[in-house]
Ligand binder design. Structure first.
Ligand code: CAA
Length: 380
């Protein structure tokens, strides 16, 4: 296998690293405290082409491969996972689905603006009673001839109030189960479309997460994505790629926590020497490094599968499952390495620990990844 990154991939990785250090790091603690959306930073990431990285240039994107996207996600997440989830949702869950399954009109009208970062998007699948059990959609979209009428509530929607475009999954024929589900493009400001209160979260506090309420929202028929009944498969296929983005986010959180721990252990002294000279600390660092490297291989392999036209349901699920568990474990250990300093905000690791938790939950919990993995390995 080839493990060398291309010159272009190294350049984009460096650009993301520089951006994270110079633009995300300042005020990351304050944004987390105040639950402040990184508006200016998103604007700058648009200028760098991060908001539509994999979208072809024809539609205003950067036309890069999935591995480049993963490298960027990793670097941003080392510093600010609130910023990186905005990038991830826009790229994997919104732009990818529109470019792959949208009509030419939908691409011209929405994708071009989303890919350039002029506007951002949100992906709306989860509901109060349909989180992991995604086929149990209660939001309805009834066919009224030239339009659909949407009613229902969506929960925990990333970019909930900042987005302009929302991909909404809804049940169009309750008797058909998952075959009666469709995906629609909604715009902020449509009559009957209300943005609910902002969630007060444990982690990724800079990203805005809201419920959304639809009361008789009229959506033109041309805003349906794909053939009638394609909505559940659309969601599953979109999430399969999304999971690679979140795996890269988890990898970045783990790598960020490890790098801070390594630096700290070279500076902090106890019992007459730098704490890295104590085996208790050195072994923690050895474990972190090994697990992060293993996670990195899984994440890059999933990206490679996607770039090479292979099925990535299994590799993406394994990457997300393992990388998110490594993120959580590494961040907890990073707090331990930092001792009392790890428990206060200035040292960043407590935030990384809080941010790590969501990577085991969103875009499919660890338990859902195990369902996807076990079904895949047992099907033959
Ligand atoms: N690609 C294509 N089709 C797929 C698919 C995939 N990856 N996975 C399932 N399908 C198809 C199946 O083939 C089946 O179709 P047929 O009947 O035609 O064969 C259909 O979808 C139903 O599949 P299942 O019978 O496997 O459905 P299930 O009820 O057992 O559920 C599941 C499967 C994998 C558990 C799924 O419900 C799931 O992924 N749940 C988790 C949902 C999730 O990730 N939610 C996260 C919310 S989004 C979010 O977090 C966004 C954010 O803002 C950050």
């Amino acid at each position: 296998m080839e493990f060398t990154l291309s010159e272009e991939q190294l350049m984009i990785q460096q650009a993301a690293r520089d951006f994270a250090e110079t633009e995300l790091l300042p005020e990351v603690i304050e944004r987390d405290d105040e639950q402040r959306f990184p508006k200016e930073q998103v604007q700058k990431m648009s200028e760098l082409g991060f908001m539509g990285m994999m979208v072809s240039e024809k539609y205003g994107g950067s036309g890069m491969d999935t591995l480049s996207y993963v490298l960027v996600m990793e670097e941003l997440s080392k510093v600010d996972a609130s910023a990186s989830v905005i990038v991830s949702v826009n790229n994997s869950l919104v732009c990818w689905g529109l470019e792959t399954y949208g009509t030419e009109e939908q691409k011209q009208k929405y994708l071009t603006r989303l890919a350039s970062g002029e506007i951002i998007g949100a992906f709306c699948l989860s509901e109060p009673e349909a989180g992991s059990d995604a086929t149990s959609q209660k939001t309805t979209a009834f066919d009224k001839g030239d339009h659909y009428v949407i009613n229902g509530t969506k929960n925990w929607i990333t970019n909930g109030s900042s987005a302009e475009v929302y991909l909404v999954i809804a049940q169009t024929d309750v008797d058909k189960g998952h075959k009666g589900i469709n995906a629609f493009i909604l715009e902020k400001g449509m009559d009957g479309f209300e943005i609910g209160p902002k969630e007060n979260k444990l982690g990724i506090r800079g990203s805005d997460t809201h419920s959304l309420i639809f009361n008789d929202v009229k959506v033109p028929k041309e805003n349906r994505i794909g053939e009638d009944g394609f909505g559940f498969k659309f969601a599953m296929k979109t999430l399969a790629g999304g999971r690679i983005g979140i795996a890269a986010q988890a990898l970045g959180i783990a790598a960020g926590a490890y790098e801070l721990s390594k630096k700290y252990s070279k500076e902090r002294k106890a019992f007459g020497t730098e704490i890295m000279n104590h085996q208790a600390i050195a072994f923690k660092l050895a474990d972190m490094h090994t697990k992060i490297e293993a996670a990195r291989h899984l994440v890059y392999k999933a990206a490679w599968d996607k770039d090479n036209g292979n099925n990535y349901d299994l590799s993406g699920a394994m990457a997300k499952l393992y990388a998110s568990e490594v993120a959580m474990e590494t961040a907890v250990e990073a707090v331990q390495v930092h001792g009392g300093n790890g428990f206060v905000k200035d040292y960043h690791v407590e935030r990384l620990m809080r941010d790590a938790k969501i990577t085991q939950i969103y875009e499919g919990t660890s338990e859902i990844q195990k369902i996807v993995i076990s079904r895949s390995i047992l099907k033959d």
